[in-house]
Write a protein that binds this ligand. Structure first.
Ligand SMILES: Nc1ncnc2c1ncn2[C@@H]1O[C@H](COP(=O)(O)OP(=O)(O)O)[C@@H](O)[C@H]1O
Ligand SMILES: [Mg+2]
Length: 362
């Protein structure tokens, strides 16, 4: 796993032409609101599959009044330099993102990029993880799972596609029973696999948080559970398929499926039965940072992966413990890190070995 040497933006968001060279360690983008700090993280996040950290539409990435963007990043891994070009392309009258590696494009190339780059992303809304909607928590967990297992995103897409397909079939008067059963089998198989992955991630957190909390002298003991009336350890393919079959009429009316991993939530307990959402804002931030520390530790030491950390506005509510935690996340694992904040002073705790970029002046 390597690092970004630089990036050149062309007609991307608020940038016309813009170039930055990076440190392979810690990089801080600072400057006033709206100057383009998050846009820069977004440009980096677009160097692999997907719609980037904001999950925005492709057209919104293009600078106003222009008709295409074209970003080039140089990525170094084991002393080999790769050119990653991210461009827009019209396909079937639809604008799409396209990634070229050393000017080549193929599914092999996409796999290669995925094996080269893993991101771990912190967004400002993660600070409210325990107060936010179940969707936010699901996305948070799914992002963590993808960081260790890129195939998981294909699994999620397969599941969603089949839930959608089932709904189309149910709304068709003359549907083919065998085809519907096949789709429900797909949903059950992929649904179970998603649950399994999430359970593993939850168990990993619980196990790691205990030892990490001790290390940081954090007093509360954290427990995480999947909150989903449909899911339990005894759920199997037969039970899943029977439930789907039973609910066809209902699901046809409401659209989609009323149960399954797309409806799950997670509950965080502190000291057995106290909800994490009841903690102070700063304590909730501690817990969120612990989750990031735990994941970095897991990726680096168990999965042998070094993620690129993209931390957007991570410096609020930093008391002594949270500063220590963030510093550990940023420094301990020798990963390349990108952070944003409105003011350079927010990052004084980082001391040496950090590149600062004033984005307002660009
Ligand atoms: N497609 C676009 N064309 C031009 N400007 C854009 C485009 N998309 C977003 N912007 C501008 O980018 C700025 C937001 O940048 P952002 O990176 O979110 O700022 P911050 O530095 O606060 O993180 C806003 O001023 C917004 O108007
Ligand atoms: Mg921002």
């Amino acid at each position: 796993m390597g690092y970004f040497k630089n990036i050149k933006l062309n007609c991307f968001r608020n940038f016309n032409e813009f170039q930055l060279d990076f440190s392979d360690k810690c990089n801080v983008f600072f400057g006033k609101n709206g100057c383009g700090k998050t846009n820069l993280l977004e440009a980096l996040s677009l160097c692999t599959k997907g719609r980037g950290i904001r999950k925005d539409k492709i057209t919104n990435f293009i600078k106003k009044d222009e008709n295409a963007f074209s970003n080039i990043a140089y990525f170094i891994n084991e002393n080999i330099e790769y050119e990653i070009k991210v461009i827009t392309e019209l396909k079937n009258n639809k604008l799409q993102k396209k990634i070229l590696l050393n000017n080549e494009f193929s599914s092999e190339v996409n796999k290669k990029i995925q094996s080269l780059i893993t991101y771990l992303i912190y967004l400002p809304e993660n600070e409210r993880l325990f107060l936010a909607s179940p969707t936010t928590r699901r996305n948070f967990f799914d992002h963590f799972i993808i960081s260790s297992n890129e195939k998981y995103s294909t699994l999620l897409n397969f599941y969603k596609k089949n839930v959608y397909e089932r709904n189309v079939i149910l709304n068709n008067i003359n549907f083919d029973e065998a085809w519907l059963t096949k789709i429900e089998e797909n949903i059950s198989n992929s649904g179970l696999e998603i649950y399994e992955n999430r359970k593993i991630q939850v168990d990993l957190f619980v196990k790691n948080l205990e030892s990490i909390s001790k290390y940081f002298n954090i007093k509360f003991k954290v427990n995480v559970e999947i909150n989903d009336p449909f899911y339990n350890e005894k759920l199997n393919i037969d039970k899943y398929m029977i439930s789907l079959k039973k609910n066809r009429e209902n699901d046809k009316i409401v659209g989609g499926a009323r149960f399954g991993p797309h409806k799950s939530d997670y509950i965080f307990f502190v000291d057995k039965n106290y909800l994490a959402s009841q903690l102070s804002t700063g304590q909730q931030k501690t817990l969120v940072l612990l989750l990031y520390f735990s994941q970095c530790n897991y990726l680096v030491n168990t999965c042998n992966k070094k993620p690129i950390l993209l931390l957007d506005e991570v410096c609020s509510h930093l008391d002594e413990i949270n500063t220590k935690l963030l510093l550990k996340i940023v420094k301990q694992f020798d990963m390349q890190v990108f952070m944003t904040g409105t003011n350079k002073d927010l990052f004084s705790f980082l001391s040496t070995n950090t590149n600062f970029y004033n984005i307002s002046n660009k």
